[in-house]
Design a binder for this molecule. Structure first.
Ligand code: NOJ
Length: 942
C-alpha cells in the first residue's frame, strides 16, 4: 500500500531521513549578523527602525506619519496624525463587543482599557472620541468588577497611563485541566500526538498539551529573565522585508539563533527540491484524517529540513463566499470539517518538528480590499463558525497564530482586543504567540490588544520603520505599555520554540534563500522530498469527488481515448512559469499567491493517461485548444471516450489573472469551458468531464446533457495531478472524495457574495448577515436545491447503513462533575481561562455506533457523516455536521463505526452569558452519505 512508509513514520516506527538531523550551517547567522541584537557586537535590530515616539500621546497617535502606512494613508485626512485604526477601531470594537456580551465581565474590562487608550490620545482625536467616551460611561461598573484600577474617566486625563498586559485576565498556562484523566484527557507532547484513529470525534482522548507548554514556558521565562528590554523587543520584531533569507525573520538575540518563518500551507515556498503537496481544499475533500495528518507531517518535516522554524500554515478561513480567492488554501465551507482538518494538519506538522501557524485570524474571507474591509460578524456566528477552526488549532497545541489584514467589527484584526485577548488567549487559552500578517499591524498599542510579533517587522516593506522595534521599547520606557507585556510577548515566542524542541543543537539552520533562490552562496539545494510524492498521489486521488457516473467509469481497456482541453497537459511555460503560479495555462495543480511552492515536476493528465494506455493498447489522441471548437468537434468523433479537462483558478490579491483580482469574478469554469464541453458532448456520447477547480463552479450549461456521462471534481491536487486522476479514472483508486462545499445551480443561490467596490479612502463593510447560514446550512434552511450538496460524492461500489445505537459515555471521575451537571441543567459554561477548550466540555459524552456494509462489487471507502438537528428553540440551521470518518471496506465487508459527540458539539454559543449552552429541547441526529442523503436517524440521549 502506498501509505506504508508514511504510516510507519507517523507511528514512529521508522527513522527520519538523514537530512532531518543534518548538521547546522552557519550561513544564516552571517546573513543576519548585521541585525543581531547582541548589545556588545551589533546595534539592536530595533535601532534600525525610526524612533519617533516618546510621549504617550504621540505614542498612541503614530510612530511615523500616518501617510507612511499604505493601507492607512487614505484614512489620514481629517484625523490629523491619529491612526484611524486605533481610534475608530477601538471604539467600534468596544461598542460591538459590549453589545454582544454585556453580561461578560471581560467585555466590561475591555471597555475600561479602551477608555484608557482613548484618554491618552492627542487633542486631534478628541472630537472623534466624544461619542466613544459617552459610550464608555460604564467606568463605575468596571471599577466594581475589581479589574485593574487604571483611569476610566471622561476624557480629561492627560498624564501617563500604564496599559496593563491585557484587559482580560489570563496566565500563560490556562490549560483545560491539570489532572489528566486516563483514556479521556491525555498528557501529550507535540512530537507524539495521538493517532488520527484516536481523534476525540471518534471517541479518542482529548490531547493535553498543558504540561508540555508549562515546561516550555518555564524555560522561556528563565531565558527572558536574562534579556534586556531591547533584546526582548527584538524577539518580537521581524528584521524587515528581505532582511533575512526567509519570508519572515526574527534576529539572533544572544545565543538564541533567531527564527525563520516561511510559507506556505502546501509546502516550503520559494525554494527547490521540495514537494508541492495538494492544496488544503483537496486535502479536506478526502475527509480522511490519516491522509490529512500525513500531509501535515511531511510538510512539517520538509520545512524543518530546510531550516524553517515556523511554517506559515494551515490556513482556515472559511469558504463563506464561493468566489473567495484563497479558499483553495483552506478546508472548505463547514467549520467542523475545517476544524478537524486544521487539527490533524497541525498535529502532523508539529510532530514533524515545525511550529505551525494557524491563519488568518479572523474573518478574512475575501481578497478584494482585504486591508480595507471590515467583516462585521455577530458574536454567535463568530464563535460557532469562524473561530471554531482556530479553537481546534489551539487544542492541537498550535505554536503561533497569524492575525489577518482585515478589520473585524471595525477594528483591525491585529489590533483587536476582543478576538485576540478575549477569545483567543482567554477563552481558548492559547499559549503561543500571535504574529501579524505581513504589514497588517497598524500601531504600537496593538501589543496591548494581544499582538506578540510583527511581521515582516517594518511598517511598509523596506521603510526602516517599525511599530515595534524602538517604538515598543520607548513605549515601555515611557510607561505607556507595561514591561510585563513585553515579557509575556517574548516568553510566548521563546516558549513555542522550546515546545517544538527547536533549541536542540541539531536543529537544521536555514539552507535556502527565499528572496534570492539563484544565489549559490545562500542556497544549498537540500533535497527534502523523500518519498512524499506517494502521499501526494494518494491525496490527489482520495480528494477527487465523483459527481456523476452513468456507468462509464472506471475505464476498462478502452479502445480509444481523446483527451481534450488545455488543462489536460503541461503549460507551455513549464510548471513554475508564472511567478507565484499567477497564471492559468495547462494542468491546474495549485492556485496563486503566497500559498504556493515550486513544483519539482508536475505530472499532467495527458502524460499519465498515455503511460497507462501502453498497458491496455489504447490509442490516445488529443486536442489541447479550448477555443478551436470545429477542430474539437471533429477529433472527438468515433472515440470510445472523450475526457475533457477544464479548470477554474483563483489566488491572492497581489496578482490579477484574466481580470480576477484574487477572488474569482464569476463562478463559471475558465477558458471557454462550457462551450468546449458542450461541443464535445454534441459529438461524442461518452463525454467524461474532469474539473480541476479551486472551489465551486456552475455546471448547469452541460451537466444534464445526455452525452455527459461522468463528472469528476478533481480539486487542485499538487505535483502528482495526472497520476492521481488516472488512478481514479481506471479504478485503481475507488473514489471516496466528498464535496467540502455546495455546488449550486446559480451563483445567487449562495447566501453570501463577494463584495466589490469601495474607493481608495473607504473601509468596505462586509456584513456577515447570513449568520450561521453559510453554504449547505443556507440551502437546507431555505429549501434551495443544490446541484451537488455538501458532503456528496459517488463511489464505484455501494454502501448500506444499519444497526444504529446511541449510548452515553460513563464518566467515572468527579473532577468536573459540578460543571457537567450545570451544563446538563442548561447553564452556560463559565467565563474563565480556557473555558472553551476545557477538557470536560470536549470529552466524549455520547457515542453513536452503526454498521456500514459494502454491498457493491469492488472494495472502496465510505465517508459516513453525522449531522445534528437542534430543537427549533436553538435557532440553528436544520442540519449541522458534527462527525465523520472514513471506512475502508472490502467487497461484502461490514464494519462497525463509532462517532463521538461532546458537550461542546451539542452546545450553542450564548451571547448574553458568554458561554456554551445546551439548547433546551430534543436534539436529534442523522447519519448518512452526505448532507442530504441520510440513512439512519436517532435522538441524542441527554
Ligand atoms: C501575506 C499572506 O496573507 C500570508 O498568508 C503570508 O503568509 C504572508 N503574506 C507571507 O508571505
Amino acid at each position: 500500500m502506498k501509505l506504508s512508509t508514511g504510516l510507519r513514520v507517523a507511528l514512529g516506527l521508522v527513522q527520519l531521513a538523514p537530512w532531518v538531523d543534518a548538521a547546522p550551517s552557519s550561513a544564516s547567522e552571517s546573513t543576519l549578523s548585521t541585525l543581531s541584537s547582541a548589545p556588545s557586537s551589533a546595534p539592536p535590530v530595533s535601532s534600525v527602525f525610526t524612533s519617533v515616539a516618546s510621549t504617550p500621546s504621540s505614542a498612541v497617535s503614530s510612530a511615523v506619519p500616518i501617510t507612511s502606512s499604505p493601507s492607512l494613508s487614505t484614512l489620514s485626512s481629517g484625523v490629523s496624525s491619529v491612526p484611524a485604526s486605533t481610534v475608530t477601531s477601538a471604539v467600534s470594537s468596544v461598542v460591538s463587543s459590549a453589545a454582544s456580551s454585556l453580561a461578560s465581565s471581560s467585555a466590561l474590562t475591555s471597555l475600561s482599557t479602551i477608555a484608557s487608550i482613548s484618554n491618552s490620545l492627542t487633542s486631534a482625536s478628541a472630537s472623534s472620541l466624544t461619542s466613544v467616551n459617552a459610550s464608555l460611561s460604564t467606568s463605575s461598573v468596571v471599577a466594581s468588577t475589581g479589574s485593574p484600577t487604571f483611569n476610566t474617566g471622561t476624557g480629561t486625563e492627560t498624564g501617563i497611563i500604564t496599559i496593563p498586559i491585557a484587559p482580560v485576565s489570563f496566565t500563560p498556562f490556562p490549560v483545560p485541566s491539570d489532572s489528566p484523566i486516563s483514556g479521556v484527557f491525555v498528557e501529550t507532547d507535540p512530537s507524539s500526538p495521538p493517532s488520527p484513529e484516536q481523534a476525540p470525534a471518534l471517541g479518542g482522548p482529548v490531547p493535553d498539551f498543558g504540561k508540555a507548554w508549562s515546561a516550555a514556558h518555564s524555560k522561556a521565562r528563565a531565558k527572558v529573565a536574562q534579556l534586556s528590554l531591547e533584546q526582548k523587543v527584538n524577539l518580537t520584531t521581524g528584521v524587515g522585508w528581505e532582511g533575512g533569507r526567509c519570508v519572515g525573520n526574527i534576529p539572533t538575540v544572544g545565543d538564541f539563533p533567531g527564527l525563520c518563518l516561511e510559507d506556505s500551507p502546501l509546502g516550503v515556498r520559494d525554494t527547490d527540491f521540495v514537494t508541492a503537496f495538494p492544496t488544503g481544499i483537496t486535502a479536506a475533500a478526502t475527509w480522511n484524517r490519516t491522509l490529512i495528518r500525513l500531509r501535515g507531517l511531511f510538510m512539517g518535516q520538509e520545512h524543518k529540513a530546510k531550516g524553517v522554524n515556523v511554517a506559515l500554515g494551515p490556513m482556515m478561513n472559511m469558504g463563506r463566499i464561493a468566489q473567495g480567492g484563497r479558499n483553495w488554501e483552506g478546508f472548505g465551507a463547514d467549520p467542523f470539517l475545517s476544524g478537524e482538518a486544521a487539527y490533524e494538519t497541525i498535529l502532523g506538522m508539529q510532530s514533524g518538528g515545525i511550529q505551525a501557524c494557524a491563519k488568518h485570524y479572523i474573518n478574512n474571507e475575501q481578497e478584494h480590499k482585504r486591508t480595507q474591509e471590515s467583516s462585521n460578524v455577530d458574536d454567535r456566528t463568530q464563535h460557532e463558525i469562524y473561530a471554531h477552526p482556530f479553537m481546534r488549532s489551539v487544542q492541537a497545541g498550535v505554536a503561533s497564530i497569524m492575525c489577518s489584514y482585515n478589520l473585524v467589527n471595525d477594528t483591525y484584526a491585529c489590533d483587536n482586543n476582543k478576538t485576540l485577548n478575549d477569545i483567543l488567549k482567554r477563552e481558548f487559552g492559547f499559549q503561543g504567540y500571535v504574529m501579524s500578517d505581513w504589514s497588517a499591524q497598524h500601531d504600537t498599542m496593538s501589543a496591548v490588544a494581544g499582538l506578540d510579533m510583527t511581521m515582516p517587522g517594518d511598517i511598509t516593506f523596506n521603510s526602516g520603520t517599525s511599530w515595534f522595534g524602538q517604538n515598543l521599547t520607548d513605549f515601555v520606557l515611557n510607561g505607556t505599555i507595561a514591561a510585563s507585556r513585553v515579557d509575556d510577548m517574548a516568553t510566548r515566542i521563546l516558549a513555542s520554540w522550546y515546545l517544538l524542541k527547536q533549541d536542540s543543537a541539531s536543529y537544521p539552520t536555514v539552507n535556502f534563500n527565499a528572496f534570492f533562490p539563484l544565489d549559490e552562496s545562500t542556497n544549498e539545494h537540500v533535497d527534502v522530498q523523500d518519498d512524499h510524492f506517494t502521499v501526494v498521489r494518494e491525496i490527489g486521488a482520495a480528494g477527487a469527488v465523483l459527481l456523476k457516473n452513468d456507468g462509464v467509469l472506471p475505464l476498462v481497456k478502452p479502445r480509444s481515448i481523446v483527451v481534450v482541453g488545455n488543462d489536460s497537459g503541461p503549460s507551455v511555460y513549464g510548471p513554475n512559469g508564472f511567478s507565484d503560479r499567477g497564471g492559468d495555462d495547462g494542468i491546474l495543480a495549485m492556485g496563486w499567491g503566497s500559498g504556493t511552492a515550486q513544483f519539482p515536476y508536475l505530472i499532467d493528465p495527458l502524460s499519465a493517461i498515455q503511460t497507462r494506455a501502453i498497458k491496455d493498447h489504447t490509442s490516445v489522441s488529443w486536442w489541447r485548444s479550448n477555443w478551436e471548437l470545429p477542430g474539437v468537434a471533429s477529433v472527438v468523433q468515433q472515440q470510445s471516450a472523450a475526457i475533457v479537462f477544464v479548470n477554474a483558478d483563483s489566488g491572492e490579491d497581489y496578482i490579477t489573472v484574466d481580470g480576477n483580482e484574487g477572488d474569482r469574478k464569476n463562478l463559471t469554469l475558465w477558458g471557454n469551458a462550457d462551450q468546449l464541453i458542450t461541443t464535445v458532448a454534441n459529438n461524442n456520447n461518452n463525454t467524461i468531464v474532469v474539473a480541476h477547480s479551486v472551489g465551486p463552479a456552475i455546471v448547469e450549461a452541460w451537466i444534464e446533457h445526455p452525452n455527459v456521462t461522468a463528472l469528476i471534481w478533481a480539486g487542485v491536487p499538487g505535483q502528482e495531478a495526472g497520476n492521481s486522476i488516472v488512478d481514479v479514472l481506471y479504478g485503481d483508486y475507488n473514489p471516496s472524495g466528498r464535496l467540502p462545499y455546495t455546488i449550486a445551480k446559480s451563483p445567487s443561490d449562495y447566501s453570501a457574495q463577494l463584495i466589490t467596490g469601495g474607493g481608495p479612502n473607504d473601509i468596505l463593510s462586509i456584513p456577515y448577515t447570513e449568520g450561521l447560514l453559510i453554504d449547505y446550512r443556507h440551502f437546507d434552511a431555505n429549501n434551495i436545491e443544490p446541484r451537488f450538496e455538501f458532503g456528496f460524492g459517488l463511489s464505484y461500489t455501494e454502501f448500506q447503513y444499519f444497526n444504529l445505537k446511541t449510548s452515553t459515555v460513563p464518566q467515572s471521575d468527579s473532577d468536573s462533575a459540578a460543571l457537567e451537571k450545570a451544563w446538563a441543567a442548561g447553564k452556560a459554561t463559565p467565563i474563565a481561562e480556557g473555558s472553551t477548550t476545557a477538557a470536560w466540555l470536549h470529552r466524549p459524552l455520547v457515542k453513536v455506533t452503526f454498521q456500514v456494509q459494502n454491498t457493491g462489487g469492488v472494495a472502496g471507502s465510505e465517508i459516513p457523516q453525522l449531522y445534528i438537528h437542534h430543537p427549533a428553540s436553538a435557532g440553528e440551521p436544520p442540519s449541522v455536521l458534527k462527525g465523520f470518518t472514513d471506512v475502508r471496506l472490502a467487497k461484502g465487508q461490514t464494519k462497525t463505526v463509532t462517532l463521538a459527540l461532546s458537550r461542546y458539539d451539542l452546545s450553542i454559543w450564548d451571547t448574553v452569558a458568554q458561554g456554551w449552552v445546551k439548547p433546551s429541547g430534543k436534539i436529534t441526529f442523522s447519519v448518512g452519505a452526505s448532507s442530504r442523503d441520510f440513512r439512519l436517524s436517532g435522538t441524542i440521549p441527554v
